[in-house]
Design a protein around this ligand. Structure first.
Ligand SMILES: [Zn+2]
Ligand SMILES: [Zn+2]
Length: 157
């Protein structure tokens, strides 16, 4: 696919989902509070850029507003990637399952790191948005709010 054609597809996506607000930015992310989809215009001529745009559209379409735990965030990401794949197929946009797997794997590693007990390495449960509790050795620890994970992407280069 030529890059002019890819750019046309990006414009089409933005036109088709005009119920949401689109704004140019340095990265791709969805601001649920204001229903704004941010995108990097310099990447829209690449298949990866189109996928990223569709991914944020998927979050917006699925009305992903809030999550109370890391696992809930992970579930939202999985749903959003499934929807991204559907939207890509509908629009004849190349969609890399390998890239999707990499993105989900990075979330899964991130959750593992947060949920592993620092004392006994037991897998532990999250008790609220910033706390985990180990049922084996009773250690509690705090984690940062997960909002920043939203915009994290696997970089393959
Ligand atoms: Zn996402
Ligand atoms: Zn423990």
């Amino acid at each position: 696919m030529s890059s002019t054609k890819q750019r046309g597809k990006a414009e089409q996506i933005i036109a088709d989902f005009s119920q949401h607000t689109f704004e140019a930015a340095d990265d791709f992310y969805f601001d649920a509070a204001d229903d704004v989809i941010f995108y990097n215009p310099n990447q829209l001529h690449t298949p990866r850029g189109l996928m990223s745009l569709l991914h944020e559209v998927a979050h917006a379409e699925l009305a992903h507003f809030d999550y109370r735990s890391d696992l809930e965030l992970f579930a939202m990401e999985t749903q959003a990637w499934n929807k991204t794949r559907e939207l890509a197929i509908e629009r004849d946009i190349a969609c890399s399952d390998h890239y999707i797997e990499q993105c989900l794997a990075s979330y899964s590693r991130w959750i593992d790191a947060r949920s592993t007990c620092p004392v006994c390495t037991n897998f532990s449960l999250q008790t609220d948005s910033t706390t985990y509790h180990c049922f084996s050795c009773k250690t509690r620890w705090h984690i940062q709010e997960s909002a920043d994970m939203r915009v994290r992407r696997v970089r393959l280069n």
